[in-house]
Design a protein around this ligand. Structure first.
Ligand code: APR
Ligand code: ZN
Length: 242
């Protein structure tokens, strides 16, 4: 085995020893499906200040810009599909190697790949509500800027905006699994957004970090694998089956 796979082999051992494994993902898990992340060179926040589009204030003060941003993200998801990494994670859950996935992603690709136990910590871009009265809405009503028939308010996707609370059920479930975990595998996130950034430090289990960029702030992980999510997950899957 080449030395570069040494870290993958270490993680495979952790997976074999673990009775409760949690996978925590971020936007880097979806870039190989064609969805931009946020803070890489080609990420959404390179040209857009998130505070001008991804906050409640933006929704109230500049609904047109808020609507333009989330409509563009929705239209960009048109024919997006899960990649091999999503399917490997779903297979590991079916094989009993992974007990839950906590994701910051709102694209629904883990579900689409077959993962059952997924906590969507930042909500979903595929469901909608009236921001003022909470009435459920549908994509067309949002895309066509319809006013809420109940109160005349604006529709919005059910994604968590900066400054908003995370969905209680998703957070409580993710925290339960993280605190029970023998192993937490973090994939494709800069870990810059609170409170999800704290989750990897809230487990007493082993921790692994798979990411294109590994910084000194991630030196607390027990094992780190620098590279693309799809590639790393494929190598680990091969080692599990060798
Ligand atoms: N494989 C592995 N890592 C990748 C890949 C890939 N194919 N593509 C990108 N990455 C890495 C990047 O190097 C970066 O470190 O994934 C990380 C993505 O970080 P961010 O763009 O900051 O995305 P994320 O951490 O998920 O952001 C958290 O911020 O804007 C909010 O609500 C939004 O949920 C998002 C939150
Ligand atoms: Zn309403």
């Amino acid at each position: 085995m080449t030395s570069s796979y040494q870290h993958h082999a270490t993680l495979v051992n952790y997976m074999y020893q673990s009775k409760h494994t949690v996978i925590l993902t971020g936007a880097g898990m979806s870039t190989e499906s064609g969805i931009p992340d946020f803070r890489s060179r080609s990420g959404w926040w390179k040209d857009i200040d998130p505070l001008t589009v991804a906050t409640e204030e933006a929704l109230h003060k500049n609904y047109d810009l808020f609507h333009e941003f989330y409509s563009a993200r929705l239209k960009g998801l048109g024919d997006i599909k899960p990649h091999k990494g999503h399917f490997i994670i779903a297979k590991w859950e079916q094989d009993g190697l992974v007990q839950s996935v906590a994701t910051q992603n709102v694209d629904g690709l883990h579900h689409e790949a077959g993962s059952q136990n997924v906590d969507q910590l930042h909500g979903s871009i595929h469901s909608f509500r009236c921001h003022d009265c909470g009435m459920k809405g549908v994509k067309q009503q949002f895309l066509e800027k319809e006013s809420c028939s109940n109160c005349g308010g604006h529709f919005r996707p059910n994604v968590v905006l900066f400054g908003e609370a995370l969905p209680d059920d998703a957070w409580d479930s993710a925290l339960f699994h993280i605190q029970k975990a023998d192993l937490v595998i973090v994939i494709g996130t800069s870990l810059q957004v609170y409170p999800v950034s704290q989750l990897p430090r809230m487990t007493s289990g082993k921790t692994a970090f798979i990411n294109k960029e590994i910084g000194s702030e991630q030196s607390f992980f027990d094992v780190t694998i620098e590279g693309s999510a799809g590639e790393a997950l494929s190598v680990i899957e091969q080692l599990l089956n060798s």
